[in-house]
Design a protein. Structure first.
Ligand code: HEM
Length: 266
């Protein structure tokens, strides 16, 4: 299964154009959901007003070279390695899920737009990228959802309690998991089978929930977080610090109590 392009096998019974249209529809849903979210929360308006205000208290004007260097460092660290999450399980789970999703989506787009025709041979690297990406997403997302999300990890809520905030992570896990199961069942090539079609429907529905739910879910954090990290590091470099006070110039003495328990109460 891992060497099979599941979309080209699907294209034997479904029009390739319909599959490609589905991808465009999902992209449109993300754009619409994010724009509605921006209008509703007014977060981008606040973000730019705040950045403008902070600029007034800048202690130095950054050159284009300095700005570029700050942005490149932010991309390499804050964004590519989600350094905001510190060292440890939370960051490892996020990286697994984030890179898994990126591989899964890139694999999908390449296989759907370049190798969808059943007569074409798909280089095996693309199905491998797609399947490995899906497995990474399921592992990273499940690790986060079952063990690390704050209401379970810090607030002692049972793992099976589902709230609206779980929409993004659960839809993400579902779309990868159903995609994998669909690909596996379809690759068995058994005639008169209906189970692969059931999982194809689950795969489609979970994608509709994931991409159609942007307005209600945490999906858009993947756009907001990088923007906020760049702004924060630019504000650090020009001395404005977003109008926040500098860290105290004093030794970090918290007493022995700090060692009693790992900090996990947010
Ligand atoms: C393809 C890109 C990404 C995917 C698939 C992804 C996925 C996720 C998921 C599933 C969660 C858990 C959401 C929840 O609380 O239920 C999450 C949380 C988070 N993400 Fe991302 N993310 C992406 C990009 C990014 C980027 C670029 C950043 C930072 C620059 C980032 C920073 C965070 C942070 C700080 C959290 C909160 C983690 C926590 O509560 O432990 N993410 N992300």
């Amino acid at each position: 299964m891992i060497y099979n392009n599941p979309f080209s096998q699907l294209a034997e019974s479904v029009s390739p154009m319909a599959i490609q249209f589905f991808v465009f529809a999902m992209i449109a849903l993300v754009i619409i959901g994010t724009l509605l979210d921006i209008v509703h929360k007014k977060n981008v308006k606040y973000f730019f007003e705040n950045a403008k205000k902070a600029k007034k208290s800048a202690k130095k004007i950054l050159t284009t070279g300095e700005k570029t260097s700050v942005i490149l460092k932010t991309i390499a660290s804050d964004i590519a390695t989600t350094s905001e999450l510190g060292a440890g399980k939370r960051r490892a789970a996020h990286l697994l899920g984030m890179y898994g999703t990126i591989l899964f989506w890139i694999g999908s787009v390449v296989m759907i737009f370049f190798y969808i025709e059943p007569s074409l041979n798909t280089p095996s690297v693309w199905p491998i990228i797609w399947h490995v990406g899906a497995i990474m997403t399921v592992l990273g997302g499940s690790w986060f959802w079952f063990f690390l999300r704050v209401d379970v990890y810090s607030e002692a809520q049972p793992w099976y309690r589902i709230i609206k905030a779980d929409l993004f992570v659960l839809a993400l896990i579902a779309s990868s998991l159903f995609g994998l199961i669909w690909s596996f069942l379809q690759s068995l090539n058994l005639s008169e089978r209906w189970d692969d079609k059931v999982f194809l429907v689950f795969y489609i529905v979970s994608n509709l929930v994931l991409f159609g739910g942007v307005y209600w879910s945490k999906f858009a954090h993947m756009f907001y977080k990088p923007g906020a990290a760049i702004q924060k590091n630019l504000a650090e470099a020009d001395g404005s610090r977003d109008n926040l006070p500098p860290p105290a110039d004093a030794p970090e003495q918290f007493g022995l109590g700090i060692k009693r328990e790992e900090p996990k109460h947010y």
